[in-house]
Design a protein around this ligand. Structure first.
Ligand SMILES: [Zn+2]
Length: 516
């Protein structure tokens, strides 16, 4: 990028998609999904993966444990409060990682001290010092976060940072937990720390911003200008409430404006769009079309004036090249006459190296789809690949349906589902429309009493024959379960989405909950 690479300051990218990101309402992921995201993060080139909060739940512990054991190529981090059981549990989950990091946090702002913790400043310093020394006795890579740092009195924050470093923290993170900071203020906070904390050169200062006022990326960049060395961020900016600093935005801002920031990262930027799409599919959180870098319109130049300029010279309107962030130079279209080699090529370009066996199945699925719609786009292909690679145990699967419906009539549906090696059928007259009828018939056949909390249909690609993707959220015994289904027929896509959610319910409630 720059003429003098050596002037660049290397910024550590700490991704928390699997911890803070997973706290987005409705974004919870199961273990195979977390493993897939973790591997994609390694391929992307992040330095640290925050994989979970091990003491929070058995699922979180298991995810951190499995990722530590199986995903190599990044530091794996687990979160802990300032309590010995938390730290022990985190270390237990992390100890098989090539490089593990325990991330300890304690709130420091007045409002948290008085209303949440009921602790004085002295109590806070003592508790964190003790916890950090204990954590450092187990693991050589310790990070500390004073929660709500931005609303902490600056004198006390300086004392906290100094104490954290003296007690063994190698990274001290400054979180804007509630998304309250402004860019100039953030610069001043980090700058003050660098000027006033005597041992600050012995640690990396990190920045963790929330997007409640839409300033997470701007605040993060301000902290970088003031000297911070680590950015905490998530793919697509997902996270609690309005989310976190978006990895793809902050990385591309530093890269595109290298002339200004003089920084570099280990991020393999052509992996940004593929991982954005993976996280979006897995979490069911769609990326808005006009989202920077990874939105579908981010590189679309529709207006005539712009197109003319683009054709003469792309740099007239383009500050980044689409291929630099992973948009294929051409959205190559495959059709029913495309061969297996073309399909394999396309899959590879999209970041999926398939085995021969997977390719054979993918090719069969592709032929079926190409018969239904003329043009198969990258997004269609990704859906097919995902259906294969993420195939979890399917207790119930879809066979066929028929529905008779119209204005002012209650639909009549015949539905057939496969359960093990049996086909179960139902015929019912019910519901407000065909989709409602299919939902009720699935409830009838599976015997599960669920409430549909969220239902979304959107098209995977452009065109009248585009595939519809349905995402659905079901509530079962107080827990939320997500399912996704894709088909050229939106009623069938709804059935597939509901069955995916049903299979999740059964998998996580086995063995006491059997529909047999
Ligand atoms: Zn956060």
């Amino acid at each position: 990028m720059s003429q003098s690479e050596n002037d660049n300051r290397r910024i550590i990218i700490f991704d928390t998609t699997l911890r803070d990101g997973e706290q987005s309402p409705g974004a919870s992921m199961n273990l195979p999904e977390k493993m897939e995201v973790a591997q994609a993060l390694v391929d992307l080139g992040v330095d640290v993966i925050e994989a979970g909060f091990p003491i929070a739940s058995p699922g979180d512990y298991e995810a951190v444990y499995e990722i530590s054991n199986n995903i190599k190529g990044a530091t794996i981090c687990g979160l802990a409060r300032c309590r010995q059981p938390d730290i022990d549990r985190a270390w237990d989950a992390l100890k098989h990682a090539d490089q593990g990091r325990i991330h300890v946090f304690l709130a420091t702002s007045t409002i948290h001290r008085e209303f949440k913790l009921r602790m004085s400043q002295e109590d806070i310093l003592e508790r964190m010092g003790e916890s950090l020394r204990y954590a450092a006795s187990l693991c050589d890579d310790i990070e500390f976060s004073p929660e709500d740092a931005v609303r902490t009195e600056i004198d006390f924050l300086c004392a906290v940072v100094e104490k954290a470093i003296a007690s063994g923290a190698k990274t001290v993170n400054i979180p804007d937990t509630v998304g309250y900071a402004t860019p100039r203020q953030m610069y001043d906070v980090i700058d003050t720390l660098y000027n006033r904390v005597p041992n600050i050169d012995q640690a990396v200062i990190a920045i963790h911003c929330h997007n409640d006022l839409g300033m997470a990326v701007a605040n993060t960049l301000s902290a970088i200008e003031a000297g911070a060395g680590q950015i905490e961020c998530t793919i697509n900016g997902i996270g609690e409430r309005a989310g976190n600093c978006a990895l793809e935005e902050v990385v591309m801002a530093m890269r595109t404006r290298n002339d200004y920031y003089r920084t570099e990262t280990g991020i393999n930027t052509p992996r940004l769009v593929p991982i954005s799409q993976t996280v979006s599919r897995i979490t069911g959180l769609h990326v808005q079309r006009n989202k920077s870098i990874v939105g579908r319109n981010a590189f679309a130049h529709e207006s005539g004036i712009h197109q003319d300029g683009m054709l003469k010279n792309p740099t007239t309107y383009e500050i980044m090249r689409p291929e630099d962030v992973g948009w294929a130079a051409t959205d190559l279209v495959l059709g029913k006459h495309s061969g297996r080699a073309a399909l394999a090529d396309r899959a590879r370009a999209l970041g999926h190296d398939l085995t021969n066996e997977q390719l054979v199945t993918l090719f069969e699925d592709f032929k079926v789809l190409a018969d239904k719609k003329k043009e198969v786009y990258d997004a269609d292909l990704l859906v097919l690949i995902e259906q294969q690679t993420l195939a979890v145990s399917e207790e119930w699967s879809f066979e066929s349906y028929q529905v008779k419906c119209g204005t002012d009539m209650v639909p009549t549906i015949q539905l057939a589902l496969r359960h093990g090696d049996q086909i179960k059928t139902a015929e019912m007259t019910c519901g407000d429309g065909p989709i409602d009828a299919v939902i009720l018939a699935i409830e009838e056949l599976t015997g599960l009493d669920v409430v549909c909390k969220d239902f979304n249909v959107h098209s995977v690609t452009i065109g009248q024959d585009a595939q519809g993707e349905v995402t659905m959220q079901l509530e079962y015994q107080g827990e939320l379960y997500r399912g996704r289904g894709t088909s050229t027929d939106s009623v069938e896509a709804s059935a597939l989405a509901m069955l995916a959610a049903v299979n999740r319910i059964l998998a996580s409630n086995a063995p006491e909950q059997s529909a047999e």
